[in-house]
Design a protein around this ligand. Structure first.
Ligand code: 5GP
Ligand code: MN
Length: 324
């Protein structure tokens, strides 16, 4: 670990020791890395402080309710007295949704993240794009604070890392990732149970939504680009939720000819959530940035406020440009 990182972690630990009203806030449409990192840091800080508050700004997907302490998430309220605000896995303050107003009230902000597009909005910014998941950084931070990583904390961190690396397969997976995973497994966490909850727990509704979205996938540029859509109508037809779209875009990328996979999710008539994935050469974070979003080179996203057909056209045009 380099000196600068040690220094940043010292600064963050000092803030945690100093303040009483500590809030960890998850981001909109929270994923496994965000939820796992949040719960792990919550449990770690609980070992040295009387109270830590954990805020949700969106529902926690049912996939993650098996995690220890998943019930600690509270709804955000404007009354909350915030001294220290901790954001995890959020590349900019817009990712925090209404949590942004808590952040604005805070005396100090700790920003722990691994997105290349992070804009360093904190007073202390521990931003490491080389980390496969925010969970990796939280692991190092908990160690840095000399707090024991017990089985429950390990379960949350393992979930964070496993989900953000696509089960240790994506290009962000490193030697370090595996060392950390190995240390987490050494706590005796129930790997089979975690894997069943995360990967062998798909509802029939989700399966049907997957099938329709994939069946109607459109291909462009000699089948190098694949675009699928999920509309509100499809969600109601299959009695599925927005969180049930998780995994569709990476499934498209797994197609042999595909370099860029795109999923358009209709949140409402003129609000479309775009998910982008690439395989080898295209940097999708720069595409997402053009629309005010962000992410990683191989996985990024943004929200575009327009009808789904228009969004498809403008996003497709940007994706095509990225091949030139
Ligand atoms: P997903 O497609 O799974 O929603 O997101 C893929 C990656 O892009 C995640 O790392 C996520 O944090 C990032 N991302 C998705 N949507 C947005 C967005 O609207 N803004 C920013 N800054 N990042 C996003
Ligand atoms: Mn992440």
């Amino acid at each position: 670990m380099n000196n600068n990182l040690d220094l940043l972690m010292d600064q963050a630990a000092d803030l945690i020791n100093k303040y009483d009203n500590i809030y960890i806030c998850s981001h909109v449409q929270p994923d496994g890395d965000n939820i796992g990192s949040t719960l792990a840091l919550y449990m770690a800080i609980c070992k040295i402080k009387d109270k830590v508050n954990v805020i949700k700004v969106d529902e926690i997907p049912s996939d993650f309710l098996f995690l220890p302490n998943s019930q600690v998430f509270q709804e955000y309220s404007t009354e909350m007295p915030v001294d220290l605000f901790i954001a995890l896995d959020s590349s900019d303050i817009e990712r925090l949704g209404p949590g942004k107003s808590l952040l604005k009230k805070a005396k100090k902000i700790i920003n722990i993240d691994h997105h290349v597009t992070n804009d360093n909005f904190g007073d202390v910014n521990i931003v490491l794009p080389s980390a496969s998941a925010t969970g990796e950084i939280v692991y190092s931070f908990i160690k840095h604070m000399n707090i024991e990583i017990d089985k429950d904390i390990a379960t949350c961190l393992y979930t964070a890392i496993s989900t953000d690396t696509g089960r240790f397969m994506y290009s962000n997976t490193t030697y370090e990732t595996h060392l950390i995973a190995s240390d987490l497994l050494n706590t005796g966490l129930d790997l089979n149970l975690v894997n069943i909850h995360l990967y062998q727990n798909r509802s029939i509704e989700r399966t049907r939504l997957f099938l329709e979205a994939l069946y109607n996938m459109e291909l462009y540029l000699d089948d190098q680009i694949g675009i699928a859509t999920v509309t509100q109508e499809m969600l109601s037809k299959h009695n599925a939720k927005l969180e049930d779209t998780e995994g569709i875009v990476s499934f498209i990328r797994d197609t042999d000819t595909i370099e860029v996979a795109c999923l358009l999710k209709e949140i409402s008539e003129k609000e479309i959530k775009v998910s982008l994935r690439s395989k080898k050469s295209v940097d999708v974070s720069t595409i997402a940035l053009k629309f005010g979003g962000g992410g990683h080179i191989r996985a990024a996203g943004c929200t575009i406020y327009d009808a789904i057909d228009n969004v498809k056209n403008i996003v497709l045009e940007e994706i095509q440009k990225s091949f030139r």
